[in-house]
Design a protein around this ligand. Structure first.
Ligand SMILES: O=P(O)(O)O[C@H]1[C@H](O)[C@@H](O)[C@H](O)[C@@H](O)[C@@H]1O
Ligand SMILES: [Mg+2]
Ligand SMILES: [Mg+2]
Length: 280
């Protein structure tokens, strides 16, 4: 049986170390490479930070498994089993990092029996360490977090992202949802450029709801626990149960805001994270 406190301590320590690497790299030349498309970016720092985290976890927890964004990009399987699994996004907000736009996170989730038990999101340029353990609350730099108590979507801020999908049909649906939500009207629509930080903003009570279609399990694993432990709710964009592998999420302060978002979102289904790789 894994000791969840030692896992949390290790995740926090390694996230802090990773944050130092990211901050130092901001003053260097950042060589940008492309992954699935011209707007899906990766840098050597993403790869270096993922290796740093995986190596450090392997030394302490040799039997644990990993799902890491850059390892999956390099061809590793993206499968969530019942085994203890670390779900890592070494830099959430790579586009922000490339442009020195100041919201960049290291996101580390730890799951057992397919349930996230520990979530750590380190917003490393703000030096904010968000932590959550199932059943034990959510914190930022040690201070307890609580979602907003707003139930009226017209009095709310909603955050979302456009993601890296430029397929015209998907873009039309993304804009249709955005138009519906803006016109409710809501007080505002925001986007930090990182799914993990958007979710921590919900957990912190300054954003009522966040939704996105196109995210990956490493973007949302840690943040989802931070939101639920701060009192928020998680669901699929069609109102069903959140499926971490489905690449669709609503994270909101309460059910009434989440369900209102469901009514306004035009859903679509990107290929699942755990779908077999496409043959060319
Ligand atoms: O920066 P990465 O880790 O690639 O994650 C981003 C994701 O790729 C985008 O699709 C989302 O819109 C962002 O919110 C993610 O954080
Ligand atoms: Mg990410
Ligand atoms: Mg990333």
């Amino acid at each position: 049986m894994a000791n969840l406190q030692s896992i949390m301590d290790h995740a926090v320590a390694v996230a802090r170390k990773a944050g130092e690497v990211v901050r130092e790299a901001l003053s260097d030349d950042r060589k940008v490479m492309m992954k699935s498309s011209a707007v899906d970016l990766v840098t050597q720092t993403d790869q270096k930070v993922e290796q740093l985290i995986i190596q450090s976890v392997k030394e302490k927890f040799p039997s644990h498994r990993f799902i890491g964004e850059e390892s999956v990009a390099a061809g590793e399987a993206c499968v969530l089993t019942d085994d203890p699994t670390w779900i890592i996004d070494p830099i959430d907000g790579t586009t922000n990092f490339v442009h020195a736009f100041p919201f960049v996170a290291i996101s580390i989730g730890f799951a057992m029996n397919k349930q996230v038990e520990v979530g750590v999101v380190y917003s490393c340029l703000e030096d904010k360490m968000f932590t959550a353990r199932r059943g034990k609350g959510a914190f930022c730099n040690g201070e307890p977090l609580a979602v907003s108590d707003q139930t009226d979507i017209q009095q709310s801020i909603i955050s979302t992202e456009f993601g890296a999908n430029r397929d015209p049909e998907a873009v039309d649906k993304i804009f249709c949802s955005l138009r519906n939500i803006l016109s409710l009207p809501v007080h505002g629509v925001r986007g930090a450029g990182t799914a993990a930080i958007n979710m921590c903003l919900v957990a912190s009570g300054c954003v009522e709801g966040y939704y996105e279609i196109g995210v990956h399990v490493w973007d949302i694993a840690a943040g989802s626990l931070v939101v639920s432990e701060a009192g928020g709710v998680l669901m699929d964009v069609d109102g069903g149960e959140l499926d971490l592998m489905s690449r669709r999420i609503i994270a909101a302060n309460n059910r009434s805001i989440a369900e209102r978002l469901v009514k306004e979102i035009t859903p679509f289904r990107p290929p699942r994270d755990d779908s077999p790789p496409q043959k060319l």
